[in-house]
Design a protein around this ligand. Structure first.
Ligand SMILES: C[S@@+](CC[C@H](N)C(=O)[O-])C[C@H]1O[C@@H](n2cnc3c(N)ncnc32)[C@H](O)[C@@H]1O
Length: 289
């Protein structure tokens, strides 16, 4: 199977991606989609980070930081007496995250660097290693966690939040929602990415040699004409179009991507349907003293 596709970077240059590395190539649209997603689940992530024990003065490593949503959230919790280092292999994402840290007034203690998690070697020890929606992309998440946990101080925190895509649903079921969810899950599954990483967090922590984690799961449940959920789902489908077309699953024209959000809104309103978005499961633990 040919797993590469070409997408235009924010600077206008075409870039070839391998869908096994990351289903969504980075584009301006993907930055916006990640921010929309970040806003959508922000309170769920903040809850997990607080439960995990992030607090003022801590030094935190954020794995697969994307455009910085989790890093900036952690930056608020640790404050200027602490620090956050976000790492991502996309240089474009790191640059966008740096700009956002400046805008947020956090650039003195929230920093970013571009690196691959498989080989990244930090220059310091951390009080916490965190991440959201990143373990699902790793070929060996337990091995990566085990290696990077070696850069934690005694009693260091490991806190991750991951999705369980197959458990999203519309109540009552509606055809366009079911179709769009199927496109999303098929695109991910065909790449070998884990669509239920939330359900695998417990076993992954244990396989990484970490202490048994505490866990919690939560999902946004949305309905009505004003929900941002239709746009979020449509943007997710849009970001997967290069992969969907390359895999022969469907095309932008067949999807009708330009008005997908509007049609989803109309469908949900007409059926008085609410959407349970994919549960986001958080897991956190501490190393021994
Ligand atoms: C869905 S995004 C999540 C971004 C961010 N954690 C958030 O929740 O907003 C996944 C990110 O993981 C990064 N990523 C995936 N595999 C990686 C690897 N092996 N090394 C570094 N970054 C990786 C991707 O580049 C992408 O930015």
């Amino acid at each position: 199977m040919n797993t590469s596709f070409v997408e235009r970077r924010p600077n206008g240059r075409p870039e070839t991606h391998d869908i096994r590395q990351y289903t969504r190539g980075y584009s301006e649209g993907e930055f916006k989609r990640l921010q929309l997603q970040g806003d959508f689940v922000r309170d769920l992530t903040e809850d997990v980070l607080r439960r995990a024990g992030l607090k003022q003065g801590m030094h935190v490593l954020d794995l697969g930081c994307g455009v910085g949503d989790v890093s900036l959230l952690a930056g608020q919790l640790v404050g200027p007496s602490g620090s956050v280092l976000g790492i991502d292999r996309s240089q474009d994402a790191v640059e966008a995250a740096e700009r956002r840290a400046v805008e947020a007034g956090q650039c003195y203690w929230v920093r970013f660097t571009s690196a691959d998690l498989a080989s990244f070697v930090p220059e310091r020890k951390f009080d916490a290693i965190i991440g959201r929606l990143v373990l699902m992309y790793l070929p060996e998440p337990a091995e990566t966690l085990r290696r990077l946990a070696g850069f934690l101080r005694p009693a260091g925190i490991v806190a991750f939040q991951e999705m369980s895509m197959p458990y999203a649903r519309s109540l009552p079921p509606t055809p366009l929602f079911t179709q769009a969810l199927s496109w999303i899950i098929r695109a991910f599954a065909r790449t070998g990415f884990e669509t239920d990483m939330g359900g695998k967090l417990f076993s992954t922590y244990l396989a990484a040699g970490l202490p048994i984690p505490q866990m919690i799961s939560g999902a946004r449940v949305e309905g009505g004409a004003e929900s941002p959920g239709y746009e979020y789902m449509a943007q997710t489908v849009r970001s997967l179009i290069p992969a969907l077309e390359r895999m022969g699953i469907t095309t932008a024209a067949d999807i009708g991507i330009d008005d997908l959000a509007d049609r989803r809104r109309d469908e949900a309103v007409a059926h008085e349907a609410c959407i349970m978005f994919p549960p986001m499961t958080g897991a956190w633990t501490r190393l021994p003293q």
